[in-house]
Write a protein that binds this ligand. Structure first.
Ligand code: AP5
Ligand code: MG
Length: 213
């Protein structure tokens, strides 16, 4: 099963993708997480990606596409995956489509987690992330058991550099300009599914499970 998560920054793509990955035993592939891991390790890729991410801009397509195609070519992706944060532009979607077609394969579902802009800024300021294992929390909606500490791995939780309000506004603008057109792109392919992302995260997940079966 090959699934794409669509939605604005902070819509809950990562939160839902992790639950899908657990239930359906497929890897969760997040380009944002891959970039953040590289920033943490101080790699050249990380240094380059950070200059874009901190401004709320997209990392250039050539760089992003290569990383993604390398990742999904790994053996653990043979039976499927859930993509979170990729594709984010029409050219990225076209490259993925071409790569899959060459393998006689296709995307099964593109799930759009719909959350209006008003809700987004509020969510982002409350998000806390674990850079060690990728878990995310929200100080009000999904708090960790011990403040500032990851439930899953015990490491410290941080506020992401790009979750500052002014950067969030840029990310939303970039989303509307470059990523939202993917909704029509996947609708035209007949694989688009919409879920309401404003309800409780368990209810969002139940709606997704009803789609995936
Ligand atoms: P990325 O890491 O993908 O960030 P994003 O798309 O901006 O999305 P987020 O991770 O911020 O949000 P999310 O939808 O995963 O929400 P979450 O589940 O955490 O990308 C970061 C940057 O990397 C980009 O800006 C770009 O520069 C670069 N990049 C990455 N991929 C790229 C690509 N393909 N091309 C080019 N550049 C790329 O939830 C948000 C918060 O809300 C959390 O606190 C969560 O606990 C809470 N929450 C979740 N669900 C609910 C709910 N139902 N109710 C209440 N709270 C909820
Ligand atoms: Mg995310």
């Amino acid at each position: 099963m090959k699934i794409i998560m669509l939605g604005a920054p902070g819509a809950g793509k990562g939160t839902q993708a992790k639950m899908i990955a657990d239930k359906y035993a497929v890897p969760h592939v997040s380009t944002g997480d891959i970039f953040r891991a590289n920033i943490k390790e101080g790699t050249e890729l990380g240094k380059e990606a950070k200059t874009y991410m901190d401004k709320g801009l997209l990392v250039p397509d050539e760089l992003t596409v290569k990383i993604l195609l390398d990742r999904v070519a790994k053996e653990d992706c043979a039976n499927g995956y859930v993509l979170d944060g990729f594709p984010r532009t029409i050219p990225q979607a076209e490259v993925l489509d071409k790569a899959l077609t060459e393998l006689g394969d296709k995307i099964d579902y593109a799930i759009n987690v719909d959350v209006p802009d008003e809700n987004i800024v509020k969510r982002m300021g409350g998000r806390r992330a674990c850079l060690a294992c990728g878990a995310t929390y929200h100080i009000e909606h999904i708090p960790p058991k011990t403040e500032g500490i990851c439930d899953r791995c015990g490491k410290e939780l941080i506020l992401r550099d790009d979750d500052k309000p002014e950067t969030v506004m840029n990310r939303l603008q970039v989303y509307h300009d470059q990523t939202q057109p993917l909704i029509d792109f996947y609708n035209a392919k007949g694989v688009l599914k919409e879920v309401d992302g404003t309800v409780d995260m368990k209810d969002v997940f139940n709606a997704i499970v009803a789609i995936l079966g």
